[in-house]
Design a protein around this ligand. Structure first.
Ligand code: PEP
Length: 257
């Protein structure tokens, strides 16, 4: 059974005080929501504040990035033990903005993923093609390459520490969402690849989130797709009202898939 996940990536938004009030509003507005897991990924400086605000609730807090080493001379980086100590339960790895602006590659993603699966953190691993790659008909090649390198060396058991996020780069922050059918087609291909590499049972158990201009208006149609198990939300998670409407994608409360 795959319990859906709705995760909010706050990116470089929210001072500590702003983060406190957003986390509080989400916590209060989502009280009693059991149909999905909620994950909040604030900036590093606000992690402990957000953890304190959601303490005692099922809401999980995630880092937006992590280094694969536990400590060392890596100015500006944060390690897995640091995230764990701050109260994080998850970490986003390989977001397209990290790849695009900060030189992350499938190889560095893999080092981070291998470190994360040995820890208490769930790794939310992002993959997705650019517009040029889609227009060149290379979506499946690109996705398979990102999966093959990014997940290299993982065991079947390690997969249970992973959530995948399919985020077509052309849909992130652009207002241009993949149609539910396009997203479903890629999610299905990802699950088929996982089944070939790790086995049917593992592939059936892993959650694959969609990310890319998810909004209250499009979440329900996306969530109706059989292989879409939740969303990684950017812009629309910065206001409690819109993020809560996304969390309530199924007012009746859906179960897992
Ligand atoms: C993201 O940053 O992961 C994202 C999907 O952003 P947005 O929802 O703003 O497109």
């Amino acid at each position: 059974m795959r319990i859906p996940v709705i995760a909010g990536n706050w990116k470089m938004h929210k001072t500590t005080e702003e983060a406190r009030s957003l986390a509080r509003a989400i916590r209060d507005g989502a009280a009693g929501a059991t149909h999905c897991r909620i994950v909040l990924a604030p900036p590093f400086t606000a992690l402990t504040t957000v953890v304190a605000e959601v303490k005692g609730t099922p809401i999980l807090v995630a880092g937006q990035n992590v280094h694969w080493e536990t400590k060392g001379a890596f100015t500006g980086e944060v390690s897995i033990p640091m995230l764990e100590e701050a109260g994080c339960r998850a970490v986003i790895i390989g977001h397209s903005e990290r790849r695009q602006y900060f030189g992350e590659t499938d190889e560095t993603v893999n080092r981070k993923v291998l470190a994360a699966v040995k820890s208490s953190l769930t790794a939310i691993v992002c993959i997705g093609e650019t517009l040029a790659e889609r227009e060149a008909g290379r979506v499946h090649d690109v996705i398979e390459q990102q999966l093959a390198v990014g997940l290299a060396g993982l065991t079947d058991r390690d997969l249970s520490h992973i959530i995948l996020a399919y985020e077509p780069v052309w849909a992130i922050g652009t207002g241009r969402t993949a149609s539910p059918e396009i997203a479903q087609e890629v999610h299905r291909a990802i699950r088929d690849w996982l089944a070939r590499e790790f086995g049917d049972e593992e592939a059936r158990g892993i959650r694959i989130l969609y990310g890319g201009s998810v909004k209250p208006e499009n979440i329900s149609d996306l969530m109706r797709q059989p292989d879409i198990d939740g969303a990684l939300v950017g812009g629309a998670c910065l206001e409690a009202e819109s993020f809560l409407r996304i969390i309530r994608y199924n007012a009746a409360g859906a179960g897992g898939k």
